[in-house]
Design a protein around this ligand. Sequence first.
Ligand code: GAL
Length: 392
Amino acid sequence: MRKKIKSIPVVLVVIMLAFILGACNSNSDSDVSGNSEGAANDEESAGNETTSESGLSVGIVLPTKDEPRWVQDEERFKEALSDSDYTTEILFSQGSSAKEKENVETLISKGIEVLIIAPHDGPAAGVSVEAAKAEGITVIAYDRLITETDAVDYYVTFDSLAVGAAQGQYLVDNAGEGTNVPLYLYAGASSDNNAFLFFEGAWSVLQPKIADGTFVIANSSEAEALQDKAELTRDEMGKILGQVTTNWDPNEAKNKAQTHLTAVGPEMKGDIAVLAPNDGTARSIADVFSTDPEVSSYIITGQDAEKASIQYVIDGKQSMTVFKDVRTLVTDAMGMAVDVLDGNTPETTGNYDNGSIDVKAKQTDVIVVDEANVQSELIDSGYYEASEFTGL
Ligand code: GAL
């Protein structure tokens, strides 16, 4: 699923934030005041004046509450929607396509006109959005693309290829001189289209450095077999992901890292480089590598600027993260929803081929953060408070 997109300056998006979101309101698995009491509560906390005649205007479905990344999105949605007219509800799928389908059916029964959904599993989400589409509901894919269905109207996302390329470049720039630097590859879940874009972006930067001997692959025979190939097919990437996927699960990442370090000899230790796909998995992999006495130093990547990983970056336990300003994604998604509710056509800047149709899309740039710019990118920008960290 390739991209054809130009991006909008973040500053412009932020200005739009105040403007657009004067028109929404929220309910979620946790109500506006943040109490976590499960979906059942929504009834009570719903209902402001401007709702669709039978209830809710906008339904929002996020993959899981078990990952800090998606709790960030919930918080940013609630922040953005706190004083608005349209009613919204946020539900979590807890890593299950069946729960996701149930969530979408619940929201359909509450009369939503717009569905904003980050799928747990890209292809499997098709059945849920087709049910919404059949009711005339506008479907906006959020962060992750829903694939192999024509029941998706819009897609808001970050530049996922650039995320991977930034991770690869950071390893190239910081792997130091010398050759045969052991490179450990890890990836996201194959059910997530983003995982392929992240890996494709990283491979585009790392492959030439593997081919010229700067790096030597330490933990994937499939990647080794393809190391002289600059552009991989989806199937070839699928084979590599099959070996090094973390399924976005920190525990699976930890187990894989332990297995890999046990399987290799001292030539694959010393000063090493690790491609970790996101912050949740990066921390657990870093914890494993930092306790191996034969590993003298490691460079490790991440993504999402989760608070715990920013502390790891400050403490020198994680090298970098790719900051994706979720405030912008929320603005774009809610902006589109309000346009639809107001009978206008949302602005888009390109499209994504999801294997069935070209989905009209809006994409946001990403920012590399390491210890040198935590202050400027995350504190000065108001994303986090300095008081949330030690050692800044
Ligand atoms: C991806 C998302 C990342 C990461 C991951 C794990 O689709 O773009 O930000 O958090 O899912 O949930």
